[in-house]
Design a protein around this ligand. Structure first.
Ligand code: FMN
Length: 322
C-alpha cells in the first residue's frame, strides 16, 4: 500500500475520517498541518473555537481533538500502516500542537478494527428517546474494554448510582440555564441557519416530559416550529469515562477512549449521547476525583431511531500543507 500521506485522495480520506469525530457543541476545534516531505501530520487545537464559559481550561476542547485523533489513527491503520503518535511534541513552546502523527508499515488490521473504521460515518449523537431493550452484558463488557485499550476506565453504573448521577446532572443543568453567559455561548453554537459547525436545530431531539431526563437543552425550536415533547427512560444505561490524571495529556487520552467507546457502541447498533453539564465549568466545575480517577465524560447508551448527521467545516478549512 502507498504511504497514507502520499496522495491527495489518501490525505483527504484521512482528514475526512478525523473530522467526523464528535466535538463539544460541534465546535470542531482542530486543524491539521501536513508536512509532505517529513511525512508527518500535525494535529493542532484551534483555541479560537474554544468555549470560554463552560470550558475555560480547554478540557472538552482537548477531548474533542482526541476523538479526531482516534479516527485519524484508525484511518491510517486501515491503509496497512501503523500510526506512530507523538503526543505534545513541543509542550513548552507550542501547547496547542497536540500530536505529531507518522506512519510505519504494518500488516493489515484485524477485521474488528477495520469494522470500527467503517463505522465512523454512522456514529451520531442521538438525543432522541431510546427503547426499553437493555444493552446486553457482552456489549457492556466490550465498551469497558474499548476504554481500557486507550488507557481509560469506563464504569457502567447500576440503578442507584445512575439515579444519583442524574440528580447531580439535573442540578448542574438548572444552574447553567440560569446563567446568561452560558445561554449566550450556547446560542452562538446553535445557529438558526445551516452552517458548517454548531449543533443544528434538527438534532436537538424532543424535550423530555415532566422532570424526565436532564439532557442538555440546546434551544427552543427550529425553523419548522416548536420542539416535540416525548418520554425518555428515567434510568438509562450510563457510562462514566475516567482518566487517572486531569491535564491536557489525560484529556487527549480521554478523547481517544471516548471515540473508541462510541464507535464500539455504534458498531453493535447501540446509540449514544453525552450529558456533560456536570463537567461544565459553570455547572459544578471539575468533578471531584473518583476512586478510578477524574470523570471526563458521561454517556447515555441505548437503542434509538436513526438520526441525521451534523455538518462539518469544508475540508480545505481544516488542512494546511507545508
Ligand atoms: C467533550 C464533548 C462533550 C459533549 N457534551 C454534550 C452534551 O452535554 N450534550 C449533548 O447533547 N451532546 C454533547 N456532545 C456531543 C456534541 O454536541 C456532538 O458531538 C456534536 O454536535 C456533533 O454531532 P455528532 O456527534 O452527531 O457528530 C459532546 C461532545 C463532546 C466531544
Amino acid at each position: 500500500m502507498p504511504h497514507p500521506y502520499a496522495t491527495h485522495v489518501g490525505v483527504r480520506r484521512l482528514v475526512t475520517a478525523a473530522i467526523a469525530a464528535p466535538s463539544v457543541h460541534n465546535t470542531q476545534p482542530w486543524f491539521f498541518r501536513l508536512d509532505e516531505d517529513a511525512a508527518v501530520m500535525e494535529l493542532h487545537a484551534d483555541t479560537g473555537r474554544g468555549l470560554p464559559v463552560i470550558d475555560p481550561r480547554g478540557r472538552a476542547l482537548h477531548i474533542s481533538c482526541g476523538a479526531a485523533l482516534f479516527n485519524l489513527r484508525l484511518a491510517i491503520r486501515v491503509t496497512g500502516h501503523r500510526p506512530l503518535i507523538e503526543p505534545f511534541p513541543d509542550a513548552a513552546r507550542r501547547p496547542d500542537l497536540l500530536a505529531a502523527v507518522r506512519a510505519a508499515d504494518a500488516p493489515m488490521p484485524s477485521p474488528s478494527l477495520a469494522e470500527l473504521y467503517a463505522t465512523i460515518p454512522h456514529r451520531r449523537t442521538n438525543r432522541r428517546p431510546f427503547g426499553k431493550r437493555r444493552v446486553p452484558q457482552v456489549v457492556r463488557d466490550e465498551l469497558a474494554a474499548a476504554a481500557r485499550e486507550e488507557g481509560a476506565v469506563l464504569n457502567l453504573p447500576g440503578p442507584q448510582t445512575t439515579a444519583y448521577l442524574l440528580g447531580l446532572i439535573a442540578a448542574a443543568d438548572a444552574k447553567l440555564v440560569a446563567d446568561p453567559a452560558y445561554l449566550a455561548e450556547l446560542a452562538r453554537w446553535t445557529p438558526d441557519r445551516t452552517r458548517g459547525d454548531g449543533v443544528p436545530w434538527y438534532s436537538f431531539g424532543p424535550r423530555p416530559t415532566g422532570r424526565g431526563l436532564p439532557l442538555r437543552d440546546f434551544g427552543p425550536e427550529g425553523p419548522a416550529g416548536g420542539r416535540d415533547v416525548d418520554d425518555f427512560a428515567a434510568r438509562p444505561q450510563l457510562g462514566v469515562l475516567l482518566t487517572r490524571g486531569d491535564g491536557p495529556q489525560d484529556w487527549l487520552r480521554a478523547g481517544q477512549a471516548l471515540q473508541r467507546v462510541l464507535l464500539t457502541a455504534a458498531r453493535r447498533g447501540v446509540s449514544s449521547s453525552l450529558l456533560s453539564q456536570l463537567l461544565d465549568a459553570r455547572g459544578s466545575g471539575p468533578a471531584e476525583p473518583q476512586p478510578h480517577g477524574h470523570i471526563q465524560a458521561i454517556i447515555r447508551f441505548g437503542y434509538g431511531p436513526l438520526v441525521p448527521g451534523t455538518p462539518r467545516r469544508p475540508f480545505p478549512e481544516v488542512l494546511e500543507r507545508v
